[in-house]
Ligand binder design. Sequence first.
Ligand code: AMP
Ligand code: ZN
Length: 728
Amino acid sequence: MLSVYNTLTKNLDEVAPIEPDVIKMYSCGPTVYRDAHIGNLRSYLMADWIRRALEFQGLEVRHIKNITDVGHMRQEVLEQGEDKVIAAALAEGKTPAEIAQFYTDRFLADEASLNIIRAMEFPKATDHVAEMLEIVEDLVAKGTAYVVEGNVYFAVSEFPEYGKLSGNIHEAELLEAVRVDADPNKRDPRDFTLWKSAEEGREIKWPSPWGEGFPGWHIECSAMSIKYLGRRFDIHTGGVDNIFPHHEGEIGQSEAYVGEPVVNTWVHGQHLLADGVKMAKSTGNSFILSDFENQGLEPLAFRYLCMTARYRTRLNFTFTALKAAQRGLQRLRNRVREWSVSLQSTSNDGSAVEEWTGKFLDRVNDNLDLPGALALTWEMARCDLPGQTKLKIARQFDHVLGLDLDAAGDGRDAPDDVASRIDERAALRKTGDYIQADRIRGQLAEEGYDLQDGRDGTKVRVKAQWEMTEQQRDTVSSSAEVPSLIDMDDAFDFTIAVVANNYVGDVQRCVESALKWVGDRSAEVIVVDNGSTDGTPDWLDELADAQPAVRAIHADHTLGEGAAKNIALKQSLGKTIVMLDTSVELGGDIFDRIGEMLDDPNTGVAGPFGLRTDDLHHFHDGEGETGEMDAMQAYCFAFRRNRLRDVGLMRESFRFYRNLDIDYSFHFKDKGYRVYSDQSLPVILHEHRVWSDLAEGERDELSRKNYGRFLDKWGERTDLLASNQPIT
Ligand code: AMP
Ligand code: ZN
């Protein structure tokens, strides 16, 4: 039987049904005021594989997945400023319930396209406020919760086992984790909200014994899991970020209410990453399933990709990996189709099917070892059993894998003229005219029909869209994929390095002005097209065709700013690298003066827009002066390429551009180089659209994150400040 890692016991626990032959499983479901990103979907896939593995072994699985349409939603909105989606929908005159329904429908469609088996129920938080209130009232009566001014809090000190799931037993850690809402009404900072009184003007609210209000986030899962699965159930799933505070809170509430443990096995899936960090909408590195459609890739390729890593391992998503998964899936399906047209006899193959299925279950039952199960599937595909037997085995495996291995179209839907051409081809083959026959096969292939000849005739498969869309241009998925030329000799005097992300007019203005003023010098222009979706990629390719000095490197999605710039830096071969922001335009020749400034061996960075600070907290511009500065703004940032050897590349944790330039300047200062500014350099600043197009809340949030990164590293280094340097 299936064993899984139980976060509560920290053991591999075998799933043993409480009620014979039935498993009751609860999965924390989506928050429905936005699309589920593919990281969320990875968590639901994990639960689906658990369910399929259990069902395959004869258990009935009662699966409940809640829909969070209040509570959590509000918490995030409060913490992150107004949500754009809600704001937009409200502006269109939609109600919160309509928004929730819209995203619930999209979520269900996403799950269906990933072959995630539908849960028995998808209860909504807003439909279960009465059940939540019942628990909260009970906790208040028992003294495990207390009321202050219409708010109800869970009293952590009254539940001695609090912390048993997450191990967050040290008060300091708990304080850290809850510091976002330092609520003066709480007796203990660890206490969390069960019920919150409605503020003036709030629309979504319910009556309660303590006045009108709305529930906290964790209470919904206690109420709905107990209602649908009972006071003791088998499995509870979620992503690792749910462990604390959400599931720790749920355990406190549910167990204080029921009086004993409620959940046997807690299973948590590790995160899906993108560009090396947790995928999250707020980080700006999230993808949704429809992003695959644009590239002609199937949702099930993502399912296959998730099987290549175990659920307790982080998995870094890239389109390169997704395309590899798509190819793997298609190859597997092609094999299955070959078997289905084979005619070898398959009597007495029951023992082979049983043997392979047994080996397969050994893998699956070992803490859901899907990479192992997938490897075994390929091993089976390559063994020398008759095709029809392999087909039977693959069908068995697919009950758990869920990859539609056997679903390749058989061409039944193909238009009549396709069928008649297939007949024509068969007739030609009979007469031995293989050349004409192959010509028809080639034509049909181009039209999207793949023919497979078997002994009992020809099958047709309609090609998937991704097989038809030809790769337009070479792309990269990460900076790690791009080789570094840092150790090679200089091949140019200058590299002009630009990162472009849409705003093709700006890109054009910037690059053309750079080409104009660099003139006949020995120079290359490297433009990293950072996942642009407008005309930028095409314009760059045309320019590169016409101008051999220009190179365009296309990222297949929008990488973080640090990563995108590093791609340009790694590929540079100029003695001097001049990084330009697409919002600037060169209004004259800057190159001689920059070269001259960098000839001074003490100078690391040169440019026109220097910044100064006295305390590392406030930076102000150099006020028209020429001289030593503390940082150089990214609008125009120049240095000698050989400095990369001791200064290193930019920090890729900076996804947003802001403060990355300051951080990188300090890398130079830390190595003993100064930052030198000459504000008379003719660089024209235009509207900085990346900034002006952001909402105020977003700007603050993104800037704050990067500033934290900067301060963590350099906050104590006042020794590096220009004002503390000896005058040279
Ligand atoms: P939410 O809609 O934010 O409540 O999240 C839904 C589910 O997705 C929860 O179980 C989360 O733990 C999980 N989750 C969130 N981000 C990720 C990620 N990057 N990778 C995997 N699971 C995630
Ligand atoms: Zn939950």
